[in-house]
Design a protein. Sequence first.
Length: 382
Amino acid sequence: MTKFDKTKFELDNLIMNHDVYEIIKRIKRENRGLKTLLKVSKSLSASLEIEDVLYKAMEYVEKVCKAEASSIWEIDHEKKELFFRVIRGKHAERIKKMRLKIGEGIAGHVAKVRKPLMVNDVRKSPYWEDAFDSESTFQSRSILAIPILLGRRIIGVIELLNKKDGRGFNQKDKENLLALSGAIAIALDNARLYEERKELFIQTSFALATAIEKRDPYTGGHTKRVLDYSLQIGKALGLRGKELEGLKISAILHDIGKIGIPDSILAKPASLTREEFEIIQGHPVIGAEILKEIKGMEKIVNAIKYHHERWDGKGYPENLKGEEIPLWARIIAVADTFDALTTSRPYRKRISEREALEEIERNIEKQFCPDCGKAFLKIMRG
């Protein structure tokens, strides 16, 4: 072998080794991407905390596909519009309430034709809609949009915006997003079914609470008012999402135990005897017993059971004290008392809202949780 041949052989080996090295690097990189997508898909199929999971899913996809921003559009079939279920990127909050008609813009076009679209220069696309960039000050360059299909039904569109390397999205990005779109479709459909069942449960609960109220001629509208006050307090304390939903159901059902109280006591047009009052005091426990076997209702059951406990430990049924009392129960206690004070009973006349607020203020740290009581006073006094 001549010196030239030897040099050429070594150079060929070097090139070949470099190619193998690059191939190995690419395989490892793609494996990491596939593992990430698999992880996201599992999360999507296993959770009903849909907003958080979808947001995290798009964060992962941005990382795998090296995108600057992303969104999941869901379709409102009644209005024939797309709305943002998830949106990530610069000043996303400015446009998250904006909508698109099916057929408008890139996402609207994809929803209409139900086919992926890769646009690596949005200014040259006939489907480009500039309104979103104008409102958010985000500058879109390239977009990859994939329809979210459940069988033959279109339920949304996934979008990735601006490939970070500046070269535009590619076939691999499209494959990754298509692989994820099926899991997102199932997650969105599961969430829709969950929302429908939850709404049905809330409506049924409210109907039941209203039916119980009708047995007591002195508490008409009580459930609705306690619900409204409770939600205002909950929001003021920073409750969101599932916590606020749980509080809502607890407030609606807080007096469900009165179904076990005789009409002769509930509708008595005079003051209750000591024995009758003790029977009335049993309604939180009766309510808890009615609901305790329903899976996933544990916190709601406790809110119902303990909404007559007092901050100082002198309430019922178990003389819980301070933060031993569940937060939802503490919130309902304030709302329930305020409504009772401002509603006439056979044994006493209603007092004014101003007097009722003064009564609550006097009993903060005695009957009421300080945070809940003060939040309510602030709401009612402006």
